[in-house]
Design a protein around this ligand. Structure first.
Ligand code: HEM
Length: 528
C-alpha cells in the first residue's frame, strides 16, 4: 500500500481511478501505469521466452538491482529516532546560536546511535564505542553534534583515522575476525599508538557494552567554540546525560544476548518509543575560556583528554526527548548524513586536528555513499528553515533556483535577484589569530598519554576495575603474537602497576616487560 506522503508526492491526490475494487491503492509502475498482473512475466507462448517488451518486469528488476548503497565506512550499523530538543537554561550570554536563546522553545531532532567497527549486519552487543549523532533542525540551519558515548578518542590527528579503522576492521586477507577488538592487527596498532591508552581504558570498561541506547551518555568529544552576538568566544564541551541512568551489561550477558537477539538494542529503542516510554537526555555544557584552558598540562585541543567534571561542573541547559520511530529505516536512518561541518551562527570549531579532519571526511564520504551532491534534498537531511542559494543541477536535483537568475552579485533587484548575503545574521568564522611555520608536528602539550588513563582507571569501583582487567585479558588472549601482547602490557605499567600485573598473569606472560617510553617524541619534518 502506498503511504500517504508517497501518494501525495506522486500527485495521486487520491483520485478514484487509481483505487482497486477492494478500496486499496492500485499497484502501479514507477511511471504510475496501473499493473494488471504482478505474478507472471510477459512470455511468447505459455512456455516460451520472456519478452524484452515487458517494461513492468524490466523496471521492477532494474530497481531491485540498484537497491543497495555503500554502507558507512564506519558506524555502519545504527538505529535512529525522531524527537526534539527543549532549552531549559538560556545560553544567550555566550552564544548567538538561535537554538540556545529562548527557554522552553523546542527544536526538532533526529538521533542515530551506532556501533563503530561492525558491518551493517553485525550484532548490537559488540564491545565497541557507540556513536551518538544528533541532528538539530534549528531555525538558522542544521546543527549536527556527531558524538560518541565515550568522551575521548583513540587518536589525536585525523590523518591516523584510516589506519585506526583498517586495524580495527576484519583483517584484509582472511576477512576475520569480525569481533572488533580481539585480534592482532587492532592491538598491534594500539600498542604502537600510546595516545590511544586513555580511550582503551574506556573501551575495555563496561561503557563499551551498554544495556541499551537509552542508558548511554553522549559526548561531543572535541572542544567546540560558542560565539556571542558581540563576537566573544567561549570554549565548550557538550554532554548528553541519560535520564534513564547509565547501565551496562556483563560480558557473558553480552555474548548470550548477541546469540539470542543480535537486534537487542534496536528492538529495545523501537519498543520503548512505541510503548510511550520516551527516552530522554539532559544536554550539559562545560564552558571555559583560554585562561582556564592554560592552567592544564594537557591541551584542550587534544581529543584524547577530558576536562574533569570535578574541576568544571557540567551545566544542564536543555533536554532531548525521542518520541517517534522512523516511518522507513532506509529513507531516514540509512540516508541521514551527519556532518561535523554542519554548524550554525554562534557555534564554531577549534583547531583540534581531529575535528578539522572530520570536517572534510563526512561531506566527502557522504557524496560517495549517497551518490549525489544533492543529498541535502533528501527529507531527513533537508533543513526545516528557509534555504536559498544558487547551487544547482547534479544528480537528482530537486530544488534548483527558480527564475532567470542563478548567480550573484546581480542587479535584478530584491524580488527577481534571489537571495542576498546578510553580514549581520550570517555565519562568520571566529577571527582566531593564527601564524607560524607550516609543520607536520605534534605539540608537546599533546604528549602525556597516561595521566588521564590512570585517573579513569583509579576512579572506577573495584568491580569495574576487575571488568577492565578481564576484558584486556580476554581481548589480548585472542592476539597470537606474544610481542604485541607484551607491548600492550608495557603501556599498562604506565597506567597502573596492579592492572599491568593482573593482565600479564592472565595472559601467562613469563615476565613483566619494561614500561613503555612515557613521553613519546613528537615528529617534525623540519630539518634538524
Ligand atoms: C561516522 C563519531 C572521528 C570519519 C561517524 C558517526 C559518528 C561518528 C557518531 C556515525 C554517524 C551516523 O550515525 O550516521 C565520531 C567521533 C569521532 C570521530 C565522536 C572523534 C571524536 C572520525 C574521524 C574521521 C571520521 C577522525 C575521519 C577523519 C567518519 C566517517 C563516517 C563517520 C567517514 C561515516 C559517515 C557517513 O557515511 O555518513 N563518526 N567520529 N570520524 N565518521 Fe566519525
Amino acid at each position: 500500500q502506498l503511504s500517504e506522503s508517497y501518494a501525495e508526492k506522486q500527485g495521486d491526490g487520491g483520485e478514484t481511478h487509481q483505487v482497486a475494487a477492494d478500496g486499496a491503492a492500485v499497484l502501479t509502475t514507477s511511471q504510475g501505469a496501473p499493473v494488471a498482473d504482478d505474478q507472471n512475466s510477459l512470455k511468447q507462448g505459455a512456455r516460451g521466452p520472456t519478452l524484452l517488451e515487458d517494461f513492468h518486469f524490466r523496471e521492477k528488476i532494474f530497481h531491485f538491482d540498484h537497491e543497495r548503497i555503500p554502507e558507512r565506512v564506519v558506524h555502519a550499523r545504527g538505529y535512529g529516532a525522531h524527537g526534539f530538543f527543549e532549552l531549559t537554561d538560556s545560553l544567550a550570554d555566550v552564544t548567538r546560536a538561535d537554538i540556545f536563546q529562548r527557554v522552553g522553545e523546542r527544536t526538532p531532532a533526529f538521533v542515530r546511535f551506532s556501533t563503530v567497527a561492525g558491518s551493517k549486519g553485525s550484532f548490537d552487543l559488540a564491545r565497541d564505542v557507540r556513536g551518538f549523532a544528533v541532528k538539530l533542525y534549528t531555525k538558522e540551519g542544521n546543527w549536527d553534534l556527531v558524538g560518541n558515548n565515550i568522551p575521548v578518542f583513540f587518536i589525536q590527528d585525523a590523518i591516523k583515522f584510516p589506519d585506526l579503522v583498517h586495524a580495527a576492521k576484519p583483517e584484509p586477507d582472511r576477512a576475520f575476525p569480525q569481533a572488533q577488538t580481539a585480534h592482532d592487527n587492532f592491538w598491534d596498532f594500539i600498542s604502537l599508538t600510546p595516545e590511544s591508552m586513555h580511550m582503551i581504558m574506556w573501551a575495555m570498561s563496561d561503557r563499551a557494552i551498554p544495556r541499551s541506547f537509552r542508558t548511554m551518555e553522549g559526548f561531543g568529544v572535541h572542544t567546540f567554540r560558542l560565539v556571542s552576538a558581540e563576537g566573544k568566544s567561549t570554549f565548550v564541551k557538550f554532554h548528553w546525560k541519560p535520564k534513564q541512568g547509565l547501565q551496562s551489561v556483563l560480558w557473558n550477558e553480552a555474548v548470550k544476548i548477541n546469540g539470542a537477539d543480535p537486534d537487542f538494542h534496536r528492538r529495545d529503542l523501537w519498543e520503548a518509543i512505541n510503548g510511550g516510554d520516551f527516552p530522554e537526555w539532559e544536554l550539559g555544557v562545560q564552558l571555559f575560556d583560554q585562561a582556564f584552558a592554560d592552567q592544564f598540562d594537557f591541551d584542550v585541543l587534544d581529543a584524547t583528554k577530558i576536562i574533569p567534571e570535578e574541576i568544571l561542573p557540567v551545566r544542564v541547559v536543555g533536554r532531548l526527548v525521542l518520541d517517534r520511530v522512523v516511518d522507513n529505516f532506509f529513507a531516514e536512518t540509512e540516508q541521514v548524513a551527519f556532518c561535523t561541518q554542519n554548524v550554525v551562527p554562534g557555534i564554531d570549531f577549534t583547531n583540534d586536528p581531529l575535528l578539522q579532519g572530520r570536517n572534510f571526511s563526512y561531506l566527502d564520504t557522504q557524496l560517495k555513499r549517497l551518490g549525489s551532491p544533492n543529498f541535502t534534498h533528501i527529507p531527513i537531511n533537508a533543513p526545516k528553515c528557509p534555504v536559498a542559494h544558487f547551487q544547482q543541477d547534479g544528480h537528482m536535483a530537486m530544488t534548483n533556483p527558480r527564475g532567470r537568475v542563478n548567480y550573484e552579485p546581480n542587479s535584478w533587484g530584491a524580488t527577481l535577484g534571489g537571495p542576498r548575503e546578510d553580514p549581520v545574521r550570517g555565519f562568520r568564522s571566529f577571527a582566531e589569530e593564527a601564524d607560524g611555520a607550516k609543520l607536520r608536528i605534534r605539540p608537546e602539550s599533546f604528549a602525556d598519554h597516561y595521566s588521564q588513563a590512570r585517573q579513569f582507571y583509579v576512579s572506577q569501583e573495584p568491580i569495574e576495575q576487575k571488568h577492565i582487567a578481564d576484558a584486556l585479558v580476554f581481548e589480548l588472549s585472542k592476539v597470537e603474537r606474544p610481542d604485541i601482547r607484551a607491548r600492550v602490557v608495557s603501556h599498562l605499567i604506565n597506567i597502573d602497576d596492579g592492572l599491568a600485573g593482573t593482565v600479564a598473569d592472565g595472559l601467562g606472560l613469563p615476565e613483566l616487560p619494561a614500561s613503555a617510553q612515557a613521553a613519546q617524541p613528537t615528529r617534525s619534518d623540519l630539518p634538524p
